[in-house]
Design a protein around this ligand. Sequence first.
Ligand code: NAD
Length: 335
Amino acid sequence: MQVAFFSTKPYDRLFFDAANQAQTPPHDLVYFETRLTPQTATLAHGFPAICAFVNDELNHATLQLLAKGGTKLIALRSAGFNHVDLATARDLGLQVVRVPAYSPYSVAEHAVGLILMLNRKLYRAYNRVRDDNFTLDGLLGFDLNGCTVGVIGTGKIGLIFARIIAGFGCRLLGYDAYPSKDFEALGDARYVSLPELYAQADIISLHCPLTPETHYLINAQAIAQMKAGVMLINTSRGHLIDTEAAIAGIKSGQIGYLGLDVYEQEDEIFFEDWSQEIILDDTFQLLQSFPNVVITAHQAFFTRNALTSIAEVTLANLREFEQNHPLQNQVQLPE
Ligand code: NAD
């Protein structure tokens, strides 16, 4: 089947071409570097399927153009599907599939990495030693052992994150719209209300999806309920945090450490080289300027294990569609 890939990078081609070789017959994969937007959607004209990533714009206008061009399937090579207008997709008869789980370890381990970067100031230590400065002032950290860690969203990634963190000897507080026994079985772990989690956690890590309910979950009111100097980690989706409120929290000292792999306006910035350009997003530049903020550019998923799995599951999703089989990983509009 002919598939138009959007937002592709050399690493996408590497892993998809390798996985495609194992397919009989292989799919005809056509790679576009550009993001999928209403302006670029016509590139997919005549392709029965397209493959999109997290910052592609699958809004009403794009979906209409895709449907007009004969596209029938949208294969997301991501777990999150918050960027798809599912109601329009349904109305246009476009089916949407995703990769619901691809190494949740990749994201959970990255969240732990951000914590360790921040609590031991490893990003500063690395630069300092390279500069032949071997002093320790300004690098004082704290033990994770004995800390209380709040996990918001205890699904696949949140649960693995909680398991790793439990190994440090932390006490775990969970919040989830659908609590799971697996989380409570972790030993020093229990579900609490959000206000209780905010009031008690030294570190809070976000692992819930972006939905209308979780949009700006972390706003000024939530931040005000947190412990002074809290560490906040977001590897989930940028819009979970009201960035302006987080900046105010950093300025007042209410937020002591902020680790981000996602940012609410990341669409225009992430996955591209801006090193020779002027970034016009003042909010992002201000965030970058704080010494207690660490940002990675949506790389939590970026392990060879995850990329292999993303490619294999996406190609299997395409094959199911092509062979008219039930779509196991179909994204349905919530009731
Ligand atoms: P999952 O569906 O297994 O788990 C999500 C959990 O959040 C579920 O337990 C669900 O009940 C819970 N939840 C839903 N609504 C909630 C609410 N209102 N409040 C609290 N909890 C709620 O998903 P997952 O595989 O663990 O992924 C979690 C998120 O991680 C994804 O939605 C995606 O946004 C993000 N993600 C990021 C990257 C990255 O590279 N940074 C990669 C993959 C996934």
